[in-house]
Write a protein that binds this ligand. Structure first.
Ligand SMILES: [Zn+2]
Ligand SMILES: [Zn+2]
Length: 133
């Protein structure tokens, strides 16, 4: 996990004029790329934050720290992009939930999935139904 970190926006390359460092000014919307399709986002991105992991069905020794970058991750308006992003991370997505601004990670351990993370909005009463994103 974490190999696919979002591109850093406005990392301080700055520029120097006569020995004075001028920090690069970054406006919020410039150069933001969708985590799904990697295209620049025009307009307001859809943001998804991932909460700390909740260990439900796994021994606590598996992970001590959350392996998830909490985000927020930013997406364009295409509905396919959040699942593309989850698939790229190897995450599962709960079919009982929707992609919302706050997602809850669930540690999965099963024969099919091995040890994988599933994301769920946590808003349904029924059992999770994790499928590969
Ligand atoms: Zn996109
Ligand atoms: Zn669920």
């Amino acid at each position: 996990m974490g190999a696919d970190t979002p591109p850093l926006l406005g990392y301080d390359s700055g520029m120097e004029i006569m020995g004075i460092k001028i920090p690069t000014i970054v406006t919020e919307n410039s150069g933001i790329r969708c985590e799904g399709c990697r295209q620049p986002i025009s307009g307001t991105p859809f943001r998804v934050s991932v909460l700390d992991i909740i260990a439900t069905e796994v021994a606590p020794s598996f992970e001590s720290a959350s392996p998830i970058n909490p985000g927020p991750f930013q997406f364009c308006a295409k509905p396919a992009c959040p699942s593309q992003w989850m698939a790229a991370n190897g995450w599962y997505f709960c079919a009982q939930s929707s992609v919302r601004e706050i997602m809850r990670p669930v540690q999965l351990t099963s024969a099919e999935a091995g040890a994988a993370l599933g994301l769920c909005d946590g808003l349904h009463q029924s059992d999770h139904e994790f499928l590969p994103a």
